[in-house]
Design a protein around this ligand. Structure first.
Ligand code: NAG
Ligand code: NAG
Length: 225
């Protein structure tokens, strides 16, 4: 018995080490990459494709500045919400810096529908109004809360999340991301408005409904021409 326990202890020591090594490896490749220079202002017009954007030879303060989040975005759309991104596509100076912001505006009743950011954790700060927010863990547990002006909520990287304005007044948040370009996959649009379309027989089986229901959703979510 003693010998087996010693062997098992050794096995667990090795396993723990492997898990730690794997964790360190995953950490080192999972965030935006480390900086190799002071700045690398994105040359958005370059045809060169790298992980991010190549650096412009000359730059000035304009590349590090924007007033894009100053005004509320228009929320007169079918979701009643608008995300305005202040990421590397708008602020070239953010290239390689692993950070960006958005502003999200919500009409009364407005929804920022369930979505994920493959490259970033998100922290929202409520500027105005109140929101019912939540994320869903990989164990399918909903973590949700009502938040008000002045409050913060965190959406861990990659997890499906949403915000809904159930109040009577417009609401707005500033959102921070640990990526220069967090990316967004909006679950309903990803599945029902992809181009070319996801086959009906994938969606009918996944959602356990008929082709009629699938096509109804596809029609509703089709990009407006
Ligand atoms: C930065 O350079 C651009 C041209 O590349 C110029 O239009 C702009 O006025 C400059 N901004 C500042 C703050 O110097
Ligand atoms: C939303 O409102 C703006 C300004 O009031 C208007 O220009 C735009 O056409 C509206 N969009 C839709 C989809 O109704």
């Amino acid at each position: 018995m003693m010998r087996i326990s010693a062997k098992m202890a050794a096995f667990f020591r090795v396993s723990t080490l492997s898990v730690m090594a794997l964790a360190v490896f995953l950490c080192s490749v999972s965030a935006d990459p480390d900086l190799l220079q002071d700045v690398c202002v994105a040359d958005l017009a370059s045809g060169v494709r790298v992980n991010g954007f190549p650096c412009k030879a000359t730059f000035n303060a304009t590349d590090f500045s924007s007033n894009i989040l100053a005004k509320p975005g228009a929320t007169n759309n079918s979701m009643g919400s608008r995300v305005t991104g202040a990421n590397v596509m708008k602020i070239p100076g953010l290239n390689t810096l692993s950070i960006s912001l958005s502003r999200i505006d919500y009409a009364p009743g407005g929804l920022n529908p369930p979505h994920t950011h493959p490259r970033a954790t998100e922290v929202v700060f409520v500027l105005e109004g109140e929101l019912d927010v939540g994320f869903i863990t990989t164990a399918d547990v909903l973590i949700s809360k009502s938040i008000q002006k002045g409050e913060i909520f965190v959406f861990p990287r990659g997890l499906v999340h949403f915000q809904k304005n159930n109040g009577k007044e417009p609401a707005a948040v500033v959102a921070a991301f640990n990526s220069q370009l967090p990316g967004t996959q909006s679950i309903a649009a990803t599945l029902f408005a992809a181009s070319p379309p996801v086959p009906d027989n994938v969606l009918t089986k996944a959602f356990q409904v008929g082709t009629k229901e699938v096509n109804k959703i596809k029609t509703r979510l089709a990009p407006k021409k």
